[in-house]
Design a binder for this molecule. Structure first.
Ligand SMILES: C[S@@+](CC[C@H](N)C(=O)[O-])C[C@H]1O[C@@H](n2cnc3c(N)ncnc32)[C@H](O)[C@@H]1O
Length: 278
């Protein structure tokens, strides 16, 4: 049975406003792999588990046509409201059943979503929809996030880690198994042309208000909020006060740097005729 923790309308609305986009370094790594395997212009990409479309909209700058899909109707509704790109469409459906024809997709991506899928079924579906030579990119960042601000990074990261510790009991088991799950996903990808790029760091600059908005985008925070609404809100208030005190400012518009550790899995479906010749 599918794990569905992103169904609430309010959650989806937060998600659209505050979820971080994938960093440019990841997009560059992804397209340098694709560039070596496919001819430009790229025709059709599908972004599965697209949430409210953060990665989908970026892909639309590189590919003629993009479809974002997600199992959550609420996430797709918010994605549709946010899109400004005429070459993007969305569909609410599981990653294991993508509503496109056989061998029709040049690039299929899953950004911070594959750990929620039934991997065996998903990879079968990937093989059905990818064109020969088509590419698969699965990527995520991990929970050990660093918060950097002047010479106060250690204290800032400590506050972030304490919030993460409070939320840990509310994390779904799949989230806690992320590192091992992605290793298993990599091993299960049936294509010989595959690559795993691990533990590379990326940084984004955001105002403190966006960092505070990021916490409620997580499924764990939403579960905590449902079970202990006052404690969840108080935790956010306290964390914001502590961040501001450490930074020595009263403005939540002051920028901080968020450092992520990432993983990117890349693979390309064999071009059977070429493989046979080899
Ligand atoms: C952490 S969010 C990532 C969303 C987006 N890709 C991003 O980077 O912000 C995970 C998303 O996967 C979706 N999801 C979970 N299981 C799914 C499945 N079996 N098929 C499609 N989407 C799924 C959830 O609804 C949620 O929107």
């Amino acid at each position: 049975m599918a794990t569905q923790l992103f169904e609430g309308k309010e959650h989806a609305s937060y998600y659209q406003k505050f979820r971080f986009e994938p960093s440019q370094e990841i997009i560059d790594l992804l397209f340098s792999y694709v560039d070596e395997r496919l001819h430009k212009p790229y025709g059709f990409a599908v972004d599965v588990g697209c949430g409210t479309g953060q990665n989908t909209r970026i892909l639309s700058q590189y590919v003629k046509k993009v479809l974002g899909t997600d199992i959550s109707e609420a996430q797709i509704e918010e994605a549709k409201k946010a899109t400004g790109s005429p070459n993007v469409t969305y569909s609410a459906c599981p990653a294991e059943e993508v509503p496109v024809g056989d061998s029709s997709v040049d690039l299929l991506t899953a950004c911070t979503s594959a750990h929620w899928f039934n991997i065996e079924k998903f990879l079968k579906e990937v093989d059905r929809v990818l064109k020969p030579g088509g590419c698969l990119a699965i990527f995520t960042y991990f929970a050990n996030i660093g918060i950097h601000y002047k010479d106060r990074s250690e204290q800032m990261t400590q506050v972030f880690a304490e919030v993460a510790k409070i939320l840990a009991p509310y994390q779904h088991q799949k989230f806690n198994l992320m590192r091992t799950e992605y290793k298993e996903i990599y091993e299960t990808i049936p294509y010989p042309d595959k690559r795993s790029i691990e533990n590379f760091g990326t940084k984004i600059r955001v105002p403190l208000s966006s960092l505070m908005g990021f916490f409620p985008t997580s499924s764990a925070f939403q579960i905590y909020l449902r079970k202990e609404p006052e404690k969840a809100k108080e935790m956010l208030r306290t964390a914001e006060e502590r961040f501001l005190r450490i930074m020595g400012t009263s403005s939540t518009e002051t920028e901080v740097e968020v450092w992520h550790q990432n993983l990117l899995l890349l693979a390309s479906k064999p071009r059977r005729s070429i493989d046979l010749e080899n």
